[in-house]
Ligand binder design. Sequence first.
Ligand code: SAM
Length: 280
Amino acid sequence: MPPDDMRLPPPRRSLGQVFLASGRVIHRIVAAVGATPQDTVVEIGPGRGALTRELLGTCRRLVLVEKDDVLAELHAQRHADDASVTVVHADATRWDLAEVLAPGERVRVVGNLPYNVGGQILFHLLRRRERIDRLVLMFQREVAQRLAARPGDRNYGAVSALVQLRTRVRPLFDVSPERFQPRPKVWSAVVEVVPLEPTEDRLAFVDAPAFERVVHALHAQPRKTCLNSLADGLRQDKARCESWLRAAGIDPTTRPCNVPAEACLALFSAITQDEAEGQV
Ligand code: SAM
């Protein structure tokens, strides 16, 4: 343990602080990032620097984004003489990636994310997906499974549809609790997320918050039929919801997990069209 780590306070559970303690896992994550000496890498939640140490020297520029005051200060001091490292003391669920980038600069993102806000951090980062080449992120395993699930899979839900309309998700590997200090209660998993090209991005021209409300409503009650889940979620009458589902080619009696992400776009378009006609 380096001397400065000995002065550190105990891990903060509230910030999801479980630190990687396996050289092999660290090495596999850094290899998956695949940075070259021309790249900028953003690490979310560097913690005590387990991944950071191995990322240093793999890229042209390294940006560290840490919410914990003490750990952010630790990195600011540790890297004070290294112009290739930028330390940002911020909450990654709100921080704007573009703030630290030069015009046209693109990044690779890596992080062993805090369990409680991992999904939130991913979706927030994806608002700037046009600046991101690839993300290699560790989540609680159940979250990773939901991100990568395909239609028909029992884990397939709103999160799967919303991420897969913007990106290609590839599960990489699972990580057992013994690989961390302190040990979490659950398994983790690493996934690669690659934003789609603007020409393939199905959400580039959609009112994202309104669309997300519809997708969340459709999937809110996974054990119910699409019709019941949508009608409850949007607080709309069933006849109207049924006509929207049929217009989108979705069987109203099927379960939400069977609805492909593209059909959600058709559903949203049926709803917005119907609402627009109602206003004329
Ligand atoms: N990368 C280190 C490792 O693998 O050992 C630490 C990983 S630990 C699971 C998560 C890290 O994210 C912690 O350093 C924690 O303080 C930080 N963190 C928690 N919430 C955050 C947030 N909203 N924004 C930025 N960092 C956050």
